[in-house]
Design a protein around this ligand. Structure first.
Ligand code: COA
Length: 606
């Protein structure tokens, strides 16, 4: 199956209306697959009990719920999109930082002076605007996956978008370029102080790097002292932040400042140099990942942020560069494409003419009171505790990359996933429920489904590697596991996964005032959705990697960028859990990858 790639299909939305709608998979197919997927993670007794529950569901409420779901899907562009936005993101009350917002690490820079730092930031801003212009003009090529064109709507939702905290459910606002009065400004945060900067002249042209640089220098000299850490409130629990947000909105011009931030094309965080990382033993790559994921604590950069903003570029004076993005409107690939474009732009000689009719920077000074001061102190303590608990390991595995997998005629993604199954098995001594994101963008408004990478075949492979020393037997078990993974992947991207269907059956029962089915209340169901391994491939042509936190307290996060001859990845874990250790899993993964390579000795030279 081909990777996400560019195809000259014409303008960005040329095929949008022709995209099929996400199907509701056949009920029995989902139930059969569900039983298959739980078999490696249950005891025979648990499995038997769950098989009986599933059987009763198929004979009783299952068909009725399935029919109601099909009715719900009628006439909609997507039966899932709104439900997913709410259940996966906007209803979620825990902080979006670390739990939901990924960080992305771009190549580290060396800045010998503030001028070099700001010149780089100016060029990075111009690179982002360059990409936005392609989106505004609908000039991006339609992406394809497995020969099928993909829904491009997510590209329209990454700029000028923001999440807004509210009690019970947050809101997501987006100001796309085809609507009147499309935003023309970005917001810069430096020393916790906020500034709005118009990036277009009155002639409609974007400012060039020199013009942006001049304005950045001005705002940096205006913000030499550290401002009140209002941005740290965005790291909080959503209800706490919503309460502070409502209070702040009533003070001074704060409501108008919120509006400026929400509408801004993107936010840029100019991070001060800092010492006092929450992980003193970490290497440069891992430190950069910490800065991108959550700002590395309130004494570092966690206060110099607005974690509700979809795109938040980070340009550290220490040379750490990347992004933190709020996940609700889009998955990683559109953001990765943007960063790839920006890296290429930054490396190019491209120069732009100056815009005419530029405006000055505008400072957004928040008015705060004693209650907000106390809320900021609480938020600082909480992000420091949460951040200190996060263990990250960034690594570049240089034993091989996609080329080796292709040379042995196996899917690189499946190879990495099977290697991770082996690594986890070696780390923990048993398999676990595993999540890999599968894109369902072949469909209108498609987002993701789950590839359940832990399969009976992957477990058989892990056991064979443990119990047998016969290379041929091990190699066969490996190929079987890869094929099982590919089969699951092909089904998931074709809308035949099981996770979203099972969610839909539960939500439709709730919407119709029916009881949540026993199937969803079964402890095995909780186990199947307790993803000790949460994984995702986000490919980039440049050496960029995404990172995120574990999704359960005793779990691991794992995100990787497979390149031709190396695999860049970040593993995360929580230090409070004595069963997990991101460095151990990294070591086990590197060993597992090399052990797999050794199963194919004729390819050793690759
Ligand atoms: N023999 C030789 N080459 C093979 C092969 C085989 N058996 N199987 C695959 N390949 C090649 C592909 O043609 C492709 O080639 P390319 O590099 O020239 O494009 C390459 O190997 C990569 O394919 P593969 O590793 O199989 O992965 P994929 O591109 O099909 O991606 C997913 C798999 C699951 C990652 C993808 O379908 C997906 O859903 N991506 C989106 C995930 C997402 O949204 N993540 C973000 C969440 S925030």
């Amino acid at each position: 199956m081909p990777a996400l790639q560019r195809a000259s299909k014409g303008r960005m939305f040329s095929i949008q209306a022709d995209l099929p709608r996400l199907p509701v998979p056949p009920l029995q197919q989902t139930l059969d697959k569900y039983l298959k997927t739980i078999s490696p993670i249950t005891t025979p007794e648990q499995y038997q009990k769950t098989a009986e529950i599933v059987g009763r569901f198929a004979e009783n409420e299952g068909p009725e719920l399935h029919e109601l779901l099909e009715k719900h899907a009628e006439g909609k562009d997507s039966w899932l999109a709104d439900w997913w936005l709410n259940t996966a993101y906007l209803d979620y009350r825990a902080p979006n930082v670390i739990n939901s917002n990924p960080g992305m690490v771009m190549p580290t820079q060396r800045f010998n002076s503030d001028e070099e730092w700001l010149a780089y930031a100016a060029r990075l801003i111009r690179a982002g605007i360059d990409y936005k212009q392609q989106i505004d003009n609908e000039n991006l090529e339609v992406e394809v996956l497995a020969g099928q064109p993909l829904c491009m709507i997510q590209y329209y939702k990454i700029f000028s978008t923001c999440r807004i905290p509210d009690l019970k459910r947050d809101r997501l606002v987006c100001y796309p370029p085809n609507k009147p009065n499309a935003p023309r400004h970005i917001v810069i945060i430096h020393n916790n102080q906020f500034f709005s900067l118009d990036v277009y002249g009155t002639d409609g042209r974007p400012l060039n790097e020199k013009q942006i640089h001049k304005l950045l220098s001005k705002l940096v000299s205006k913000s030499q002292t550290v401002g009140p850490p209002v941005g740290v409130l965005t790291t909080g629990n959503r209800n706490s932040w919503a309460t502070s947000h409502k209070r702040l909105a009533k003070l001074g011009n704060n409501a108008s400042h919120f509006d400026k931030i929400e509408k801004s094309i993107f936010v840029v965080c100019l991070d001060k140099p800092y010492s006092g990382t929450q992980d003193p033993g970490a290497d440069e790559f891992t430190l950069s990942a910490r800065q991108m994921l959550y700002g590395d604590g309130s004494h570092a950069c966690s206060t110099n942020r607005w974690f509700d903003k979809t795109l938040q570029f980070i340009v550290g004076r220490n040379g750490n560069i990347g992004i933190n993005y709020e996940h609700s409107p889009a998955e990683g690939p559109p953001v990765a494409s943007l960063l790839d474009h920006m890296c290429n732009y930054l490396a190019s000689e491209k120069e732009n003419e100056a815009a005419r009719g530029t405006t000055d920077i505008e400072q957004l000074e928040f008015k705060i009171d004693k209650t907000i001061e106390a809320a900021m102190e609480t938020a600082k303590t909480e992000i420091d505790l949460f951040g200190a608990d996060v263990q990250l390991t960034g690594h570049i595995f240089d034993g091989f990359g996609k080329n080796f997998a292709k040379s042995i005629k196996q899917s690189p993604d499946a190879l990495i996933q099977v290697a991770m199954q082996l690594a986890y098995y070696r780390d923990q001594g048993h398999p676990c429920a595993t999540y890999e994101s599968a894109s369902t963008r072949m469909f209108q408004l498609g987002r993701t489904d789950t590839i359940r990478s832990c399969t009976p075949a992957s477990l058989a492979f892990c056991q064979t590697m443990h119990d047998s020393s016969d290379r041929a037997v091990q190699a066969k078990a490996f190929v079987d596991a890869v094929h099982a993974h590919r089969e699951y992947t092909a089904a998931a991207v074709a809308g035949q996964g099981i996770d979203r269907h099972l969610l839909g059956l539960k939500l439709i029962a709730i919407e119709n005032g029916m009881n949540v089915p026993d199937l969803h209340m079964d402890p095995t169901y909780s186990k199947a959705f307790h993803f000790n391994l949460s994984t995702s491939q986000v490919p980039c042509k440049n050496p960029i990697v995404l990172c995120f936190g574990p999704v359960v307290p005793d779990g691991y996060g794992f995100c990787y960028n497979p390149r031709s001859n190396e695999i860049i990845f970040v593993v995360s874990a929580f230090k409070n859990c004595d069963k997990t250790d991101s460095q151990n899993l990294t070591n086990r993964l590197c060993e597992s990858l090399m052990d797999i390579k050794a199963l194919f000795p004729t390819s050793a030279k690759l």
